[in-house]
Design a protein around this ligand. Structure first.
Ligand SMILES: Nc1ncnc2c1ncn2[C@@H]1O[C@H](COP(=O)(O)OP(=O)(O)O)[C@@H](O)[C@H]1O
Ligand SMILES: [Mg+2]
Length: 245
């Protein structure tokens, strides 16, 4: 590997400093619930950072903040906009909505714990959509989607059906394929293997390793210890939040 390639490979893609998230429960008399306090980390290409900590420590909340779904209460989340000339840093916490949408299309993907079914759209198109949004021809995107669904052992007879009535494990595989297909340099994964059998867990582990070898950066929550050990390059332990700051 040349020095330039090494530098490219080690490129930091996300940097989080002093991140805090407090929920204010407006319909509960304005009770304030601190969840994240002073979260600091960065992650580079080829890294798989695994969030650990007990249920309720804010792992999913952190992923939602990183995706710009939840607004951070404190601190900074900087992403490298790899789709722009010179890959400039963008501060996500105050980026305009249009910029956030563009970052989600090109830079940061998110596999939520449960698939949000799109009414009347078949599985193959649900998976192909993120690639089409990036300007790839529908047939090419559908062919890539088919290859992913094939690897994830989703029965062919389901491909043209809307996933709303699929089993938990089938929906999860559609969700994973949809997350991986776009080629986002940063991918957030919220327990993507919770409903999968051992064979399909192994497929997901292989797909994650391939994504890392391509120089993508993953940040995830993995309930299953075997999966975690197979993919993690680093752990980020989250502590339960203490007193109201
Ligand atoms: N939208 C929300 N409004 C209020 N409280 C929330 C919201 N989302 C999460 N929480 C609270 O934040 C805490 C952390 O939740 P979560 O991030 O889902 O934890 P984990 O993924 O680590 O199990 C929980 O106490 C949860 O009730
Ligand atoms: Mg969670």
């Amino acid at each position: 590997m040349s020095q330039a390639q090494q530098a490219e490979h080690a490129q930091t893609l996300i940097e989080v400093r002093g991140l805090g998230k407090m929920f204010t429960l407006h319909n509960q008399g304005g009770i304030r619930l601190p969840v994240l306090q002073s979260v600091d980390f960065e992650a580079a290409r080829g890294e798989c950072l695994v969030l650990s900590g007990r249920s309720g420590t804010g792992k999913s909340t952190l992923l939602r903040c990183l995706y710009g779904n939840y607004l951070a209460t404190k601190g900074s989340i900087r992403l490298r906009d790899t789709s722009a000339e010179g890959a400039p840093w963008v501060e996500l916490t105050n980026a305009p909505e249009q910029r956030v949408l563009r970052l989600r299309r090109d830079v940061i993907g998110y596999v939520s714990q449960f698939l949000r079914a799109i009414p009347r759209v078949g599985a193959l198109d649900v998976v192909a959509e993120p690639l089409q949004q990036r300007g790839v021809d529908r047939n090419v995107a559908r062919a890539r989607a088919a290859a992913l669904l094939e690897r994830l052992n989703l029965p062919r007879r389901l491909w043209e059906l809307p996933p709303a009535t699929f089993s938990g494990g089938e929906q999860q595989r559609v969700n994973i394929a949809r997350g991986l297909i776009g080629g986002h340099p940063i991918l957030l994964l919220d327990e993507p293997t919770a409903s999968l059998d051992a064979d399909n867990r192994a497929v997901v582990i292989a797909l994650i390793r391939e994504a890392l070898a391509e120089g993508r950066c993953l940040i995830g929550i993995f309930h299953d210890e075997a999966v975690r050990d197979a993919v993690a390059t680093r752990l980020l332990p989250l502590q339960p939040a203490t007193a109201i700051a």
